[in-house]
Design a protein around this ligand. Structure first.
Ligand SMILES: CC(C)(COP(=O)(O)OP(=O)(O)OC[C@H]1O[C@@H](n2cnc3c(N)ncnc32)[C@H](O)[C@@H]1OP(=O)(O)O)[C@@H](O)C(=O)NCCC(=O)NCCS
Length: 135
């Protein structure tokens, strides 16, 4: 997501996501019924990153970006049943955003992240098509 200021384009936020997976991931069994087979055959998309620059936060940009990302995943995966994302356990702005947008907390992965020799848990959040079902 970018704005045009005269000739200049300024990047305010970005997301990355994946709809094809070269190999199964350890978390796929937690995402939806059918687990790895379902995820590998196009029933689920994975949001890798979502970020908005500090000075532009709190204006709904992440919500707009996430909505566009969901639409892009839906367009790529006609069999889509779920979209999943991991969030570090202390990231309240992101957790609040995901819950506001209807993602469900499915499980906690202990010691998922390792930053500067410190380990942190992750929460796995999933957006199910038509609100369900969870695995
Ligand atoms: C998490 C993150 C993406 C949220 O970005 P954001 O653009 O500030 O998010 P939004 O503006 O959509 O929502 C944030 C708040 O603004 C409020 N808001 C939404 N639209 C608004 C508007 N039009 N005007 C004013 N406030 C608004 C929301 O209610 C929300 O508040 P709440 O969480 O108390 O309910 C951002 O903090 C970030 O980039 N963090 C660092 C990277 C990161 O943690 N990414 C997530 C990885 S899982």
């Amino acid at each position: 997501m970018a704005v045009l200021l005269g000739e200049q384009q300024i990047l305010l936020g970005a997301t990355t996501f994946r709809t094809k997976f070269p190999e199964p991931r350890y978390d796929m069994d937690s995402v939806l019924q059918g687990g790895i087979d379902a995820c590998m055959s196009g029933a689920a998309g994975y949001i890798l990153t979502l970020g908005v620059v500090e000075g532009a936060r709190g204006r709904g940009l992440a919500q707009a970006l996430l909505r566009k990302t969901i639409e892009a995943i839906q367009a790529q995966l006609p069999q889509l049943k779920a979209i999943w994302v991991h969030v570090i356990s202390y990231n309240h702005p992101a957790i609040s955003l995901y819950e506001r947008m209807g993602l469900q907390l499915v499980r906690r992965f202990p010691r998922f992240y390792n930053f500067h020799d410190q380990v942190w848990d992750s929460f796995l959040y999933v957006l199910y098509e038509k609100g369900g079902p969870a695995p």
